[in-house]
Design a binder for this molecule. Structure first.
Ligand code: SAM
Length: 266
């Protein structure tokens, strides 16, 4: 499945910021609690983006780990490298493409993660086999992604505002099915965890900023949704009217993120 998607630094950092400001729970705390990292581990984070998970592991382990982040997007990688230098965290960030052989030998890592990214791979079983190959025997892979119930409120508002069907999203449409199945058939065991995080908005602005950073034309994910050049702003205007109506009616807007955390053991 060819996926025409390119994350942008601004849109990704905006969404991360809104999650941390308006979320009722902290996803990094949940992840760190279930993945049970240990000092001295050799760790790889694939689809690392601007390095969010790598910095989190480094802090949790007081820097006593060998951490590498890989991503296909050079703009996000330079953002991660910049932050790495600024913080003096001494991690490595390198170019890695899900659709090509990973640039590392077999059996290298104790722990590997792929957060909100695996579903952008063109051939899921191939990428999961690459993830398996670079892990040591008994090493673990953690992946996170949207479950089918994820942010129903967000899609409901867009549907109501536009009267249009939502295009199938590469994540929520296959994370708990095709991707979980591929992990189960490649690894010896997979444990499933679920994290629910309501984002509560008392005004429409942060919800609209989140929507803008999700629908953003630069990311190309919602391309088929926009028919003309002006469609993006027309759709954002319609979403503004619908969200204001909902806020007036309900007093607040609540968008619940429902995330699956799959822990696979080699
Ligand atoms: C939603 S972002 C998540 C980034 C990071 N894990 C986080 O949680 O902040 C998805 C990431 O997947 C990366 N990605 C998409 N396609 C990829 C590919 N073919 N190979 C490697 N990374 C890819 C994007 O560049 C982006 O950094």
């Amino acid at each position: 499945m060819k996926i025409d998607y390119r994350e942008t630094t601004n849109d990704l950092l905006k969404r991360i910021d809104i999650h941390s400001q308006y979320g009722s729970k902290n996803i990094d705390e949940w992840m760190l609690d279930i993945i049970k990292l240990q000092k001295g581990m050799k760790i790889l984070d694939v689809g690392c983006g601007a390095g969010k998970q790598c910095f989190s592991y480094h802090q949790f382990l007081d820097g006593e780990a060998n951490i590498t982040g890989g991503d296909v997007n050079l703009e996000l990688l330079s953002q991660a490298k910049l932050e790495n230098e600024k913080r003096g965290t001494g991690m490595e960030f390198l170019e890695l493409d899900f659709n090509k052989k990973f640039p590392m030998e077999d059996n290298q890592f104790d722990f590997e993660s792929c957060c909100f990214a695996i579903y952008y791979a063109e051939d899921i079983p191939y990428t999961i086999r690459e993830m398996h190959r670079v892990l040591k025997q008994c090493g673990r892979l953690f992946s996170s992604g949207p479950m089918p119930e994820n942010k129903q409120f967000f899609y409901e508002i867009i549907r109501e505002a536009t009267g249009k069907e939502i295009p199938p999203m590469p994540g929520s449409s296959r994370y708990s099915s095709q991707i979980l199945d591929a992990m189960k058939s490649t690894f010896s065991k997979v444990d499933v965890h679920v994290f629910e995080n309501p984002l509560v908005f008392e005004s429409v602005e942060p919800f609209l900023a989140y929507t803008r950073a999700s629908l953003s034309e630069d990311r190309k994910l919602w391309g088929s949704f926009f028919e003309t050049k002006d469609d993006f702003e027309n759709i954002m205007n319609a979403i503004t009217v619908t969200s204001e109506k909902r806020l007036k009616q309900d007093g607040k807007l609540i968008m619940t993120k429902v995330v699956g955390g799959f822990i696979a053991t080699k």
